[in-house]
Design a protein around this ligand. Structure first.
Ligand code: NA7
Length: 552
């Protein structure tokens, strides 16, 4: 391997740019991976499509965007200085604060020095003779590296609906994942005087709808499928609370790392079926009143595995929706009929259901009256035309594999990654795919980090990979690739663990299902065995000399 001095200052446009490692993406994982590889003395370049750091928190600047992780559990744990200097202002921080946080970290560690922004990686080809990846950008420039690390994020390739006439709309429009920085017309989140339509009611749509409903003259929500939404119970963090958090970080991270999804919520080992009706009701009430994902990830564990237990929590949330929405027909439209609570990603809300009690908000149930086309003036449904000034598409992503498949990746023997994965991803530990040596997929498909309070598992992914790369340096190893046997066994294990849950029984982005992306095969994209189990399996492989990988 070369040393850092060899090439870290190579001009970006040089066709000869040659690095130890190229990282694609400057989000939470790309930033941390850069930091760790620099510590090893490697020359590293990060290519990023956006004009700044942040990944998800750069792109998703739509009204109301925030995470559902407790803020203090979301930040990096690896720098005491960052932990002690940074003050979160809300228990569940909004996008502008998280973007500021990631810029603070980038400044502190001078990360931008090795990053090239406004650059999309279009193509990556493994050269078997030199055992290096040849990387080509959209602008035609090239670079090479021994190691190629994708840090492209599981939810980055956004999908627009396939609705006739979509290009004819005369008003303003945006997908939530590409929302304009200053809002439409520079008006930020002020929609007064406007008629706004929102298409899509997943976790993103729910956040947008709550925010837009505050100011829009008219808000029309076009709903294909309702979700089971539960209260976030967000609030400001006081100075005293922040001081306590700073004292307790070690314990907080320890507790997170001992839970199923590394959230600060521990599943309850009891069955929902084994307690009395009164006890269960009181427990559900307690969870519903709790901030964050307690109702989902701190509930009786078997609500996610046993249909009978799931029916009980589903009935409870159904009652809540009916209580909160005044008009019974609107309430019925907001109650999912095709899946139980928690079997798809649970959107967390703040007054979401009450929005439908406002005079300025209309809910259109697309199951009854589908969209026929987008017209120059708005949305035409089967029963009515809705004139609009703005359309916001909250229509989701080509989840987990999309951001990798849109790069033209060619491995050994001319094999394309997109072809190999056409019937679903095949990986070992969600980190590598056979035939693609030295390509590592942080938070990739079938990786434990996908079903996780993501930064907690990103740190594991990056830490594990950095150890492997340090091992390569020490032992003069230049190529790492999983065996087909290891890949087959991991893929089977991913499918088996998913099949034991209720997630695999319903359609959602967990299963790669998105109506706008009909060619994607329905298959589990994440890892449902729990992040602790995942980490243990990664560690076992490393302790056995990277069992399942061929190192040459
Ligand atoms: P999701 O969860 O995939 O939601 C997308 C929503 O858009 C969902 O309600 C879809 O209905 C709806 N949709 C998609 N295409 C259409 C068309 N063509 N017409 C009408 N409605 C449509 O994406 P999100 O961005 O909300 O959330 C993704 C994750 O990001 C989230 O889980 C967080 O972890 C962060 P459908 O359900 O397909 O019937």
């Amino acid at each position: 391997m070369a040393t850092a001095q060899d090439s870290s200052t190579t001009p970006d446009s040089s066709p000869a740019a040659d690095y130890d490692a190229i990282i694609i993406g400057a989000g939470i994982s790309g930033m941390y991976q850069l930091h760790r590889l620099r510590e090893l003395g490697l020359s590293v370049k990060v290519y990023e499509t956006a004009s700044g750091v942040g990944g998800t928190w750069y792109w998703n600047r739509y009204p109301g965007c925030r995470f559902d992780s407790e803020s203090e559990t979301y930040g990096y744990s690896w720098s005491d200085e960052v932990l002690q200097e940074w003050n979160w202002t809300e228990h569940f921080a909004a996008q502008p604060e998280t973007e500021r946080y990631l810029n603070f970290v980038a400044d502190k560690f001078d990360l931008r020095r090795d990053m090239q922004f406004n650059t999309r990686v279009a193509k990556a080809t493994f050269d078997e003779a030199s055992r290096r990846w040849e990387v080509e950008m959209e602008d035609g420039s090239t670079a090479r590296a021994e190691l190629l690390i994708s840090a492209t994020g599981p939810l980055n390739a956004h999908t627009m609906p396939r609705i006739p006439g979509i290009d004819t709309f005369k008003g303003d429009w945006a997908h939530t994942a590409r929302y304009p920085k200053e809002g439409f017309g520079g008006r930020g989140n002020d929609f007064s005087g406007k008629r706004v339509g929102v298409i899509g009611t997943g976790a993103t749509g729910v956040q947008v709808i709550q925010e837009v409903a505050k100011t829009a003259d008219e808000l029309t929500v076009f709903q294909l499928s309702p979700e089971w939404c539960t209260p976030l119970h967000n609030s400001p963090i006081t100075e005293k609370e922040m001081a306590d958090i700073k004292k307790n970080y070690t314990q907080i991270f320890k507790e997170c790392n001992e839970t199923f999804g590394a959230f600060h919520h521990m599943l309850d080992g009891r069955s929902a079926l084994e307690v009395s009706d009164e006890e269960r009701e009181a427990f559900f009430e307690e969870k519903y009143a709790e901030p964050g994902f307690g109702i989902w990830l701190g509930n009786f564990a078997d609500i996610l595995f046993d249909q009978r237990s799931n029916d009980l929590i589903t009935e409870f949330i159904t009652r809540k929706i009916r209580e909160r929405v005044n008009d019974p027909q609107t309430a019925e439209n907001l109650i999912p009929k095709d899946h139980g609570f928690g079997t798809r990603r649970v959107p967390q809300e703040t007054g979401y259901y009450e929005v439908y009690n406002q005079d300025n908000v209309t809910l259109v149930n697309l199951q009854d009256t589908p969209i026929e086309e987008i017209t120059p003036n708005g949305v035409k449904c089967s029963d009515e035309d809705y004139d609009l000034d703005i359309i916001i598409y909250a229509t989701g992503f080509d989840a987990v594999v999309g951001s990798l498949k849109r790069i033209d990746i060619t491995g050994k023997g001319g094999q394309k990654l997109a072809d190999k994965w056409k019937n679903g991803p095949r990986t070992y530990l969600g980190m590598q795919s056979a035939g693609f040596p030295n390509l590592f997929t942080l938070v990739g498909p079938h990786n434990g980090a996908t079903f996780c309070n993501i930064p907690r598992c990103i740190e594991q992914n990056v830490g594990w990979l950095t150890d492997l790369i340090a091992h390569m340096k020490r032992e003069n190893i230049h190529q790492v690739e999983p065996t087909l046997d290891a890949e087959d066994a991991w893929t089977a294990h991913v499918d088996e663990t998913a099949a034991a849950t209720l997630f695999a029984k319903v359609d959602s982005w967990f299963m790669g299902v998105n109506v706008n992306n009909p060619t994607q095969k329905r298959t589990f994209m994440l890892y449902a065995g729990g992040q602790m189990n995942y980490k243990a399996k990664c560690d076992e492989s490393a302790e056995d000399g990277y069992e399942g990988f061929v190192l040459t």
